[in-house]
Structures are given as structure tokens and as C-alpha cells.
Design a protein around this ligand. Structure first.
Ligand SMILES: Nc1ncnc2c1ncn2[C@@H]1O[C@H](COP(=O)(O)OP(=O)(O)OP(=O)(O)O)[C@@H](O)[C@H]1O
Ligand SMILES: [Mg+2]
Length: 264
């Protein structure tokens, strides 16, 4: 089957999205949580995922990450239909999630946290030098300059520094798609700024990034695309430059922009 000229013209210039979901359904028992979700995430872009409490954001990313299986729908990664039924399937594709609670170990240093569960070994022993080197290289590659030493225990880091470590950990493993669940929720102004710069750098380095956020300032500062979930339905996915903050608030709270009859 060949695409018509208009279909080709409608395709994004950068080609196939890194992640393409179509018609995703997910229920927990009688509760129908995701209702026919479509989502496109391009490499090199930040796609913000917004929606009110209970809209289905976490359920959607847990499905992408293989923590839940979707009941129905197409999951296409890098142009190929894939089945993702567990976190290992997702990490095998290069999908990494930074969860809001971060799951860092306070009593371990930055290096050990970055390699937690995937330690490098040499002749059966932890290869401390190699891990330290790669941790430093990764942080430098992301232009992280706020950490004094990679041997600092995580307990003594600020919230923003902890978030930085968690994000850096997610790019150690040939990641292609990084999903960030509310990375700035607990941060002050300066630390939020640092983390948003880091989020932007991830995308600029060629990764696909999904950013869940309730903060529209963050979304408008860093996103390329905005996807809005409302009661389990994707009511819009739009270029940031094509919407106002007020329109996004309307979409989040009512599921439409209020411009009835106008094309969305
Ligand atoms: N394991 C589960 N079993 C039953 N219902 C669930 C389960 N997980 C989520 N839900 C329901 O699915 C709906 C969507 O929840 P979800 O956590 O995805 O929302 P969210 O958009 O992430 O909200 P928030 O912004 O508060 O984090 C809610 O009504 C929730 O009660
Ligand atoms: Mg959630």
C-alpha cells in the first residue's frame, strides 16, 4: 500500500514518531481508565502529558513502561509494532521511567545510585573505577555542574540534585525514551530551572521525552508538544506554539477548548 500525496504531506517532516500509541484501552476490573488513547512522541522532542488528578496519566505511562499491560490497542516503537508486558520488555527497547518518589537509596553515594541493580563488575567484584568514570561522563555529558562529588551520599543532596541523579541514571543505558513523572513537583524555583534545563538537554541530545506535569509554566517553558488527558480520553495533542495556557487549562478541566463547532 502506498501513501497518497496528502497522507505524505500530513506526515511530520522528521518522519515516524519514536513512540506511537493508537486506540489504547485499559480497565481495572469494572473501572475503564484509558479509553482509546492515541499518542505520538518524537525523538528530539519533549512531549508534555497533562491532565487533572485521576485523568489516567500514571496508568498510561505504567502501560508504556510495562508495569501494566494495555488491554487493547497498537503500541508501535521506532516504526515496529511491539509487545510490552513487563518492565524488562520496556527497558529492552530503551524506555526508562523516572518516578516521582525517585527510589534512590539515601545511604549510597551518587555512583552506586546511578548503577543500582545494574552494577558493573570486573572478575566478580564491583568495578568501582569504571562505574565512577561512567557516572562522571554521563553527568558531564548532561552539563550537570551542581554536584560536588559523585561519591557524595544521596542523603545529603538537595531535592534538585536528587532529581538530577535520577534523571542521569535513566540515560546511562542507551535510552531512547525517558519518561519523567512530575520531576519538579517538590522543587524550588532555582532547582526547577536546573531540572527543566536538563529535561531540555535530554531531548536536544536526541531522546524522546515524556514529561508529566501539573505545572503549566514548566510545560510551556520546556515542551514541544502537549498531550491532554481528560477522564481517560486524549482530548488533544497539539504543538505548544499553537495553544495558549488558557486553552490548555480549559482542555484539562472541561475536555474541550470551549470553541464549539470550531475545528480543534
Ligand atoms: N490499580 C488500580 N486499580 C483500580 N483503579 C485504578 C488503579 N490504578 C489507577 N486506577 C484508577 O484509574 C484512574 C486514573 O488514575 P491515574 O493514577 O492514572 O491518574 P493520574 O492522571 O496519574 O492522576 P494524578 O495526577 O493524581 O497522579 C483513577 O480513577 C484511579 O482511581
Ligand atoms: Mg499520577
Amino acid at each position: 500500500m502506498t501513501a497518497t500525496a496528502s497522507e505524505r504531506a500530513a506526515a511530520p517532516s522528521s518522519g515516524e514518531p519514536l513512540l506511537r500509541l493508537r486506540g489504547i484501552q485499559k480497565s481495572f476490573g469494572a473501572v475503564h481508565v484509558l479509553r482509546g488513547i492515541d499518542l505520538d512522541v518524537k525523538a528530539g522532542e519533549v512531549t508534555a502529558l497533562v491532565g487533572d488528578n485521576g485523568a489516567g496519566k500514571s496508568t498510561l505511562i505504567k502501560g508504556i513502561a510495562g508495569i501494566h499491560s494495555f488491554d487493547e490497542g497498537e503500541y508501535v516503537f521506532d516504526g515496529r509494532p511491539v509487545t510490552v508486558h513487563n518492565p524488562k520488555d520496556a527497558s529492552g527497547l530503551g524506555i526508562e521511567v523516572v518516578y516521582q518518589d525517585l527510589a534512590l537509596c539515601d545511604n549510597l553515594d551518587v555512583v552506586h545510585n546511578m548503577f543500582l541493580g545494574r552494577e558493573l563488575r570486573h572478575r566478580g567484584l564491583l568495578d568501582e573505577d569504571a562505574m565512577e568514570k561512567r557516572a562522571r561522563e554521563t553527568l558531564n555529558g548532561l552539563s550537570v555542574r551542581t554536584l560536588q562529588s559523585v561519591r557524595t551520599k544521596v542523603a545529603s543532596l538537595s531535592g534538585g540534585q536528587r532529581q538530577t541523579v535520577a534523571i542521569a541514571r535513566s540515560v546511562l543505558w542507551n535510552s531512547r525514551l525517558v519518561i519523567l513523572d512530575e520531576p519538579t513537583a517538590a522543587l524550588g524555583v532555582a532547582q526547577t530551572e536546573q531540572v527543566l534545563l536538563l529535561v531540555r538537554r535530554l531531548a536536544d541530545s536526541g531522546l524522546g521525552v515524556i514529561l508529566i506535569s501539573h505545572n503549566l509554566n514548566d510545560v510551556f517553558q520546556v515542551a514541544d508538544d502537549i498531550a491532554v488527558l481528560y477522564l481517560g480520553q486524549m482530548v488533544a495533542q497539539v504543538r505548544k506554539d499553537d495553544v495558549t495556557s488558557n486553552q490548555v487549562v480549559q482542555l484539562i478541566t472541561t475536555g474541550s477548548t470551549g470553541a464549539e463547532g470550531a475545528s480543534a
